[in-house]
Design a protein around this ligand. Structure first.
Ligand SMILES: Nc1ncnc2c1ncn2[C@@H]1O[C@H](COP(=O)(O)OP(=O)(O)OP(=O)(O)O)[C@@H](O)[C@H]1O
Ligand SMILES: [Mg+2]
Length: 227
C-alpha cells in the first residue's frame, strides 16, 4: 500500500538548509499497524506529512496504492487525502460549540451526499470509535480529552479511508485515557484498517505490530512486535 523509496526532505530556512529526512525507505502493507517512533526533532512529523500527502519529498519516490504521489500538485494531493487518508492529531482540532455528530459529518459536507445519509455515516463512525451514543448531540467543547479524541478518530473514519495516520494521538491524554484511545486503534486494525501511529513513547508504540524507529532523519530500526 505504502512504498517509500529513499526519501529526503530539506527545509529551506533563510540562509541555512536543514535536511530533516536523509534517505528513508520502507513499505507498509494493507492491514498493518505500524508505529513510527523517535525522539523529538527526529523527523516523525515530516515523514507523516509526506505519507499523508500533506507535503512532497525533496527527493525519492512515494507510491500509495501503486500511484506515484511524490510530485503531485497541491490540488491532486488534496484529492488523494480526501479519498484515502484519515488524520488524527495530538490536538483534536474539533469545531467548538458544534455537536459531536456535526463534527464527525463535516468531511462529508462537500461530497454531495444527502444530509440524512451523512448523519448515518457519522453515527457509524462514532460507533466504530467507541464513542458513547448518549453524547452524540453534546457540544464538542463539553467533552473529556479521551472523548474528544474518539470524536476526532470518528471524523477520520467517516470517509472510510484505507489509511489512518495518527500523530501523537495520546500526547494530550493521561495514561488511562490514552490507553483507551490506543485500544480503539487496535480494534480498528482488527477490522482491517491500516494504521500508522507516530509517537515518541515506547509504551504507546508497543500497541502496534511493527515499530520503525527514526533518529536524525534516518531509519535506525524496523522490528516486528509479537503480542
Ligand atoms: N517547516 C519547517 N521548516 C524548517 N525546519 C523544520 C520545519 N519542520 C520541521 N523542521 C525541522 O525538521 C526536524 C524534524 O522535525 P519534525 O517535526 O519532523 O520532528 P518530530 O520527530 O515530529 O519531533 P516531535 O516529536 O517534537 O514532534 C526538526 O529539526 C525541525 O526543526
Ligand atoms: Mg512531531
Amino acid at each position: 500500500m505504502i512504498e517509500i523509496k529513499n526519501i529526503t526532505k530539506t527545509y529551506n530556512t533563510g540562509e541555512m538548509d536543514f535536511q530533516a529526512l536523509k534517505g528513508v525507505s520502507f513499505t507498509i502493507k494493507e492491514g498493518e499497524f505500524v508505529a513510527i517512533m523517535g525522539p523529538s526533532g527526529s523527523g516523525k512529523s515530516t515523514l507523516m506529512n509526506i505519507v499523508g500527502a500533506l507535503d512532497t519529498p525533496s527527493s525519492g519516490q512515494y507510491l500509495l496504492d501503486g500511484k506515484d504521489v511524490s510530485s503531485l500538485s497541491e490540488s491532486e494531493l488534496a484529492k488523494i487525502r480526501k479519498e484515502k487518508i484519515g488524520f488524527v492529531f495530538q490536538s483534536f482540532n474539533l469545531l467548538k460549540r458544534t455537536t459531536v455528530i456535526r463534527n464527525v459529518a463535516l468531511p462529508l459536507l462537500y461530497t454531495g451526499m444527502p444530509k440524512d445519509q451523512r448523519l448515518v455515516r457519522a453515527k457509524e463512525a462514532l460507533a466504530s470509535s467507541g464513542f458513547e451514543e448518549d453524547h452524540y448531540y453534546h457540544l464538542s467543547n463539553q467533552l473529556s480529552g479521551g472523548q474528544m479524541q474518539r470524536v476526532a478518530i470518528a471524523r477520520a473514519l467517516v470517509n472510510n479511508p484505507s489509511l489512518i495516520l495518527a500523530d501523537e494521538p495520546t500526547g494530550n491524554l493521561d495514561t488511562k485515557t490514552g490507553e483507551k484511545v490506543l485500544e480503539t486503534f487496535t480494534r480498528l486494525n482488527d477490522k482491517g484498517h491500516t494504521i500508522v501511529l507516530i509517537t515518541h513513547e515506547y509504551d504507546v508504540a508497543m500497541h502496534a505490530n511493527r515499530i520503525i524507529t527514526i533518529r536524525d532523519g534516518l531509519i535506525e530500526k524496523d522490528e516486528n512486535i509479537k503480542h
